[in-house]
Ligand binder design. Sequence first.
Ligand SMILES: [Zn+2]
Length: 144
Amino acid sequence: MAIVPFANTSKVPFISVWAAGTPITHNGAAENYVFRVSAVDELVDQAMVGRAIAKYGAKKPGLMLINNSWGESNESGLKQALSAGGIGLAERVFQILPDLLRHGRQTLEACACKLGCPSCVGPVNEVGRRAKATAARLLAALTA
Ligand SMILES: [Zn+2]
């Protein structure tokens, strides 16, 4: 985000390889010199919500977002996509998050697979060979 005013005032085209925050390229400048080669959060959020509804039958998904401009952009895009999809947001997720994380950690630790499987983090060919170890580290940190 810090580069946006500089790029626009100096009239130097700036092309980001993965700046998904909507305000980065939709920054309100009369002459905008900031471009991206990835989809804006709003498009990605619509796709994620569409998949959650179509594949998993989601009725009230919860959101866990980082507390910065990226998270704010996705919160806005996801709420719009959820509303457009005719489903709401599960406000209670934050209250039960510690239990969810603890249950996730127990599920992961109880699974006999080595790298990941559909019972814990997902199939290795979809999530990668480091997904189970990464999930274990994240869950350990979040439940410490
Ligand atoms: Zn597993």
